[in-house]
Design a protein around this ligand. Structure first.
Ligand SMILES: NC(=O)c1ccc[n+]([C@@H]2O[C@H](COP(=O)([O-])OP(=O)(O)OC[C@H]3O[C@@H](n4cnc5c(N)ncnc54)[C@H](O)[C@@H]3O)[C@@H](O)[C@H]2O)c1
Length: 300
């Protein structure tokens, strides 16, 4: 895709993190943006940030797990903006519980947003995009769609599923509608609010430290606030992640990895499919120290 100028982009989960900066960078590049989120307050903050750009902006308070809302969205976007060219299925959540301690409601919550939300949105938007000269659907998986750690069973289930779904769809579209680009995004650790809003049980903070010492909860925080702050402060800035995603779309990369951590973790599972965890101690600690935590300079 040569340019985002005059395109119409839909972004789910645009109230925070990577979704917010995808909206900002797309607007900066001259795209009209339709921002969606389940959180009204943070969605409005994103809309405020978009006011400085001379593009048309619409916002939709919606839950991507609600099939009726997602099915109704394409027509609303077309009524407001005339067309839709880009869809970023970015909204996502997690829990920190081990499977045996996890409430079934929390399992369903993550499945509904991270997987069903992506599939239902893709299904709803494709008919409105296949005849465009240039269009893209960008589904966010994770590096946790490539490798697995304890305490993230449902997150892995959704992110491996998003990857499988998206890669198969990409092959289908290449055969039938190559104008519609299909991308799968695999971020490493990005400093966003996802850990702060994760649904946790009491057991998750009382578990033996060794068992909780994954990349996700590496310093075994004792409270959700501590965990959320550590996670936000320790990752790549989401504006940089959003820039990498958009460059990947421009270059038509089917898999978009974000961060050296994601690239090395992916490499570890290719080279050591059964023992990749054992290799991580050689590169994860230095990577945590030298992460790109500053926002994009161009947004100053
Ligand atoms: N942060 C990371 O390290 C990381 C790594 C790999 C993948 N990801 C993925 O990146 C995507 C973006 O997450 P982020 O890290 O920017 O997190 P974030 O928490 O900062 O942003 C996620 C946004 O999604 C919204 N959301 C949650 N449930 C929703 C629902 N039901 N309907 C609509 N919106 C909803 C939230 O309100 C929030 O604004 C997610 O799919 C996440 O799984 C994140």
């Amino acid at each position: 895709m040569k340019t985002f100028k005059d395109k119409v982009a839909v972004i789910t989960g645009a109230g925070s993190g990577m979704g917010r900066y995808l909206a900002v960078l797309l607007a900066k590049d001259g795209a009209d943006v339709c921002v969606c989120d389940v959180n009204e307050e943070t969605l409005n903050e994103t809309v405020e940030m978009l006011r400085q750009y001379n593009v048309s902006v619409s916002s939709h308070l919606l839950d991507v797990a609600d099939k009726d809302s997602i099915e109704a969205l394409p027509q609303k976007v077309i009524d407001q903006h005339g067309k839709v060219d880009l869809v970023f299925n970015n909204a996502g959540v997690t829990t920190g519980s081990h499977f045996k301690d996890m409430d079934e409601d929390n399992w369903d919550w993550v499945m509904g947003i991270n997987f069903d939300g992506v599939v239902n949105s893709t299904r709803a938007f494709i008919p409105h995009m296949i005849n465009n000269t240039e269009a893209a659907i960008v589904n966010t998986s994770s590096i946790f769609g490539m490798v697995a750690v304890p305490g993230q069973t449902v997150y892995h289930a959704t992110k491996f599923a998003v990857r499988g779904f998206t890669e198969s769809l990409a092959l289908e579209m290449k055969e039938t509608n190559p104008n519609l680009q299909i991308h799968c995004v695999h971020p490493g650790h990005i400093g966003t609010n996802i850990a702060a809003t994760a649904r946790m049980n009491e057991e998750d903070f009382n578990r033996d430290e060794g068992a909780r010492d994954s990349i996700f909860t590496r310093n075994a925080p004792k409270t959700q606030k501590e965990m959320g702050d550590l996670f936000r402060e320790g990752g790549m800035h989401p504006s940089k992640a959003a820039e990498i995603i958009l460059n990947g779309v421009k270059k038509n990369k089917s898999r978009i990895f974000i961060g050296l951590d994601a690239k090395l973790l992916d490499m570890s599972q290719r080279w050591f499919p059964r023992h990749y965890h054992k290799t991580w101690k050689f590169f994860m600690v230095p990577l945590m120290i030298f992460r790109d935590k500053k926002p994009l300079k161009s947004l100053d």
